[in-house]
Each structure stands twice: as structure tokens, then as C-alpha cells.
Design a protein around this ligand. Structure first.
Ligand SMILES: Cc1cc2nc3c(=O)[nH]c(=O)nc-3n(C[C@H](O)[C@H](O)[C@H](O)COP(=O)(O)OP(=O)(O)OC[C@H]3O[C@@H](n4cnc5c(N)ncnc54)[C@H](O)[C@@H]3O)c2cc1C
Length: 435
């Protein structure tokens, strides 16, 4: 692709998480030409970074990788990664997306994914893909089943030693690569931009993210993952195997002070899942979930919750007020228990914050689609057509529309692609006027 190029497709899918992949596959299987535009260096979204998934405890990577591969190998799908969507507007031509592809400093047409550059690089940087618990190189492929398998250079940390350039068998390293601007014109679009975790930096009462043994739920997913940073669960400050682990629910949801008054819907279930996986990984550890209410809303979810109780996981009905650093790396929770015991404190070796979901992409200024007061993309007929936005021909799916689990995301993505294909049919064959 060259800078300034205009490419045309039937459908544009923004976001290559499980929602975007499912919508793209459903449209491509109907013979529509689809472009997936993803801001990350790989497709897969959050799901490829999870350990196992509730309520079935399937390995997340085992069920996400085939979808990623199916999209990558589909003759009707073109994937653009490492891209910023600058604007999305409707013109006489259709839906026009202005996109910038950031430089990888590696020529995607030449890189064969051999990782020789990575092995030769002398720089070690915190690996955000592993929750920051291990290191990666300054030139790297994000993880072993990333798609595409194309290296990228973290230019901020690169010291231009030239080792990667010397070992590359295809001369793919390109220190002078520039951002590429291009345009996609499509007849319909599906927004599947997902979520970020509620940022903790503002939450003074929970240590603003500065207590070493207080981690996020996504970090715990990495500790539990088969290809995680340590291949076992260790606490970050000193590498000790924790004897007691606590989960703090509604840490960043149902909290007006953080601007997140809504329930994020999945945190109860993912905490229960992580607690169950932990009790397998650390059979002697005490595991406690501090919760306000348990919301086990889906099929098989109540049974999942009951199984966790039967396994000996402690459930304490309490809202944790403060979290502080204790002695020898321990973490102190201060809470008011609902059983009448009043304000109590408890020490744990490791604390996991069950953070909520906030929208990953705010379309304002870039796209005429409206958002609700919660910041998620507004759906204009939430009961009978939950994927319809207020921009003609533009649909929304997954967490971009509001917090939801994978089951609902997949179902909604099928609905979004059905709406998009109906829309494509309607503009291809305008209705005949009544005689
Ligand atoms: C800790 C944790 C554990 C979980 N465990 C489970 C579980 O066990 N079972 C379950 O059912 N659910 C679970 N979930 C929920 C699950 O992660 C979501 O339902 C699912 O990931 C939603 O997929 P999505 O594609 O809508 O969003 P995402 O996975 O967030 O994907 C969105 C994609 O869009 C990309 N993107 C964002 N903005 C842009 C932009 N402007 N341009 C281009 N691309 C963009 C992102 O980079 C990302 O790749 C868990 C959630 C968390 C936080």
C-alpha cells in the first residue's frame, strides 16, 4: 500500500477483537469484500490475552486463534493493523475512512516473522503483553500467535545499534519508514472498538496504581495463562507464591466518583473464574472475593458461582473503602462488612482489582455517530435492533456498544453483520416505486 491511496470495500470493520473478527467473517462468508482496521499491531483484542473463559473454562487462545487465522486467510478479508482512524464520514461516495498506518520500522512485505531481529536485540523493555511482569525486546513480535507475524520496532527504546538490521535475512528493517495515510471507501461499516479497563490513576483510595502487589484483572489473566510471564502465579514485588489472594469487586464500576456509574457486567464472573483457576494453581492459598452483589446473569453462570463456593472460595459482602501497603509486601484492605461486624481490616499477599470497562474509542470529532452518557456508542433501537447507530449504514457490536461478555458479543456481531448485509442489499437494489 502506498501513501495517499484510496481502497474500496463493501464493508469496513473498525476493531479486530472478537467482535470485529466475527462480524468480518460473517460478512466475508456472504461474499462481501471486508477491510478490518485495527489500532494494535495484532488482531485478537482482549480475548486473545485472556487465560481461560467463563463459564466453560475453555482456553481463550485455543478458541480465539482459529478465528484470527480464519480472518487472516479469508480471501474476502484484508487486515490493516497498527492503524489510527482519523475520521469516518458519510459522503456521496459512501462511508469514507481516513486512516494513518503507524511505522513499524519493518517492511511488512519483506518480514518473514523469523524473529532473528528480536533474538539479536540487546534492549529489554517491560512487556505490556505480559502485564509488565516480564521483558520484551525493542524489536519484537507481540506474542507467539499474533497476527500478522510481522515484527515492529519500539523506536523510543531502540538505540540504533543496527544488530537487527544485520541479522535480518530479508533486509526488512527500515529505520526511515514514515506513517502512511490512506483512505478506505466502503458501503457499510461496523464499529467494534471494544473497551479499556477503568484507569486506576485517579483512585486515591486504592493507591492510584502504585501499590506493587495490587494488580489489575487483566494482569491476573496473564499470571494464570499457560504462556504467562512466570508459568506460575507469583506476586510481583518479590516473586513469592501468595498464600492469600483477594479480589476487590466494583473497583472502577458502579462508582460515580470515577465517572463510571454503570455495572460492567463481566467482573463478577471473571473474578469467580480467576478465583477457581487460582485455587487450582495454588491449592493451599486462601482466596477471598469482596463483593457488593454477585451478578451471575448468563446461562450456567449461577451454577458457576455455586461451584466456586463449593470449592472453598470465600465471598465477603462488603465494599472495600481503602487499600494500602502493609508490611513485607502485604496489602491491607479496609472495609465495612455487611454482616454487622462493622469496619474491619484484612491483610492479603496479593490483591486483584476487578476493574470495569470504559469505551476504547470516543468517536466524537472523528465520526458522526453519537455516544450515550456512559461514552459507549449509542444504539437508536436498543430493544429491537441493538446494533443500529444513528449514522446511516454504520452498525456497532461488542463492548463498543456497552459492557458485555463473549457470548453476547458473538451473538451481537452476527446481528451487526446481518444488519450490514441487509443494508448492502437495500442500497444495491433500490426498491421499485409502486406503480
Ligand atoms: C479481565 C477480564 C476477563 C474477562 N474474562 C472473560 C471470560 O472469561 N468470558 C467472557 O465471556 N468474557 C470475559 N471478558 C469480557 C471479554 O473480554 C469481552 O466480552 C470481549 O473482549 C469483547 O470483545 P470486543 O471485540 O468487543 O472488544 P475488545 O476485545 O476490546 O476488542 C476491540 C478491538 O478494537 C481495537 N480498537 C479500539 N479502538 C480502535 C480504533 N479507534 N481503531 C481501530 N481499532 C480499535 C482494539 O485494539 C481491540 O483490538 C473478560 C474481560 C476482562 C476485562
Amino acid at each position: 500500500m502506498e501513501s495517499g491511496q484510496t481502497l474500496t470495500f463493501d464493508a469496513l470493520v473498525v476493531g479486530g477483537g472478537i467482535a470485529g473478527l466475527q462480524s468480518a467473517l460473517d460478512l466475508a462468508d456472504q461474499d462481501f469484500k471486508v477491510a478490518i482496521v485495527e489500532k494494535d499491531a495484532t488482531i485478537g483484542g482482549k480475548m486473545i490475552r485472556l487465560s481461560k473463559v467463563f463459564p466453560t473454562l475453555d482456553c481463550a487462545s485455543c478458541i480465539t486463534t482459529p478465528k484470527m487465522a480464519a480472518a487472516a486467510h479469508h480471501e474476502n478479508i484484508t487486515i490493516f493493523t497498527y492503524c489510527d482512524l482519523n475520521s469516518l464520514e458519510r459522503t456521496g461516495e459512501g462511508i469514507v475512512a481516513a486512516i494513518t498506518q503507524r511505522p513499524r520500522y519493518v517492511d511488512a512485505n519483506k518480514c518473514i516473522g523469523c524473529r532473528k531481529c528480536e533474538y539479536s536485540c540487546p534492549i529489554l523493555v517491560n512487556d505490556e503483553e505480559q502485564g509488565g511482569f516480564s521483558a520484551r525486546k525493542a524489536i519484537y513480535i507481540p506474542f507467539s500467535n499474533a497476527i500478522p507475524q510481522i515484527a515492529l520496532m519500539d523506536i523510543e527504546h531502540c538505540m540504533l545499534c543496527g544488530k537487527c538490521e544485520k541479522v535480518c535475512p530479508t533486509q526488512a528493517v527500515d529505520y526511515f519508514q514514515e506513517p502512511q495515510d490512506f483512505t478506505i471507501v466502503a458501503r457499510t461499516a461496523v464499529l467494534a472498538t471494544g473497551f479499556d479497563l477503568t484507569p486506576m490513576e485517579t483512585k486515591q483510595q486504592y493507591g492510584k496504581g502504585n501499590i506493587p502487589n495490587v494488580i489489575t484483572a487483566l494482569q491476573m489473566e496473564r499470571l494464570l495463562a499457560p504462556h504467562g510471564p512466570y508459568a506460575r502465579v507469583l506476586r510481583p514485588s518479590d516473586g513469592m507464591e501468595p498464600d492469600s489472594v483477594a479480589f476487590v469487586q466494583c473497583a472502577g464500576s458502579r462508582d460515580k466518583s470515577m465517572g463510571v456509574p454503570y455495572c460492567s457486567r463481566v467482573c463478577c464472573m471473571y473474578a469467580i473464574k480467576q478465583a477457581m483457576l487460582l485455587s487450582g494453581a495454588l491449592p493451599l492459598a486462601d482466596i477471598t472475593i469482596y463483593y457488593m452483589d454477585i451478578r451471575a446473569f448468563g446461562k450456567g453462570y449461577e451454577q458457576f458461582f455455586q461451584n466456586a463456593q463449593a470449592m472453598g472460595i470465600q465471598f465477603v459482602k462488603a465494599k472495600v473503602a481503602t487499600i494500602s501497603e502493609g508490611e513485607n509486601g502485604s496489602v491491607t484492605l479496609r472495609y465495612e462488612a455487611q454482616d454487622g461486624e462493622g469496619v474491619t481490616t484484612a491483610d492479603h499477599d496479593l490483591v486483584v482489582l476487578s476493574l470495569g470497562m470504559v469505551p476504547a474509542w470516543s468517536p466524537e470529532g472523528r465520526c458522526a455517530v453519537s455516544t450515550g452518557s456512559d461514552g459507549f456508542i449509542e444504539t437508536i433501537q436498543p430493544k429491537i435492533a441493538p446494533t443500529l447507530t444513528d449514522m446511516e449504514g454504520v452498525f456497532v457490536t461488542g463492548v463498543a456498544a456497552g459492557p458485555k461478555d463473549i457470548v453476547d458479543t458473538i451473538a451481537e456481531s452476527g446481528a451487526a453483520s446481518m444488519e450490514a448485509s441487509k443494508y448492502l442489499a437495500s442500497i444495491a437494489e433500490p426498491k421499485k416505486e409502486a406503480a
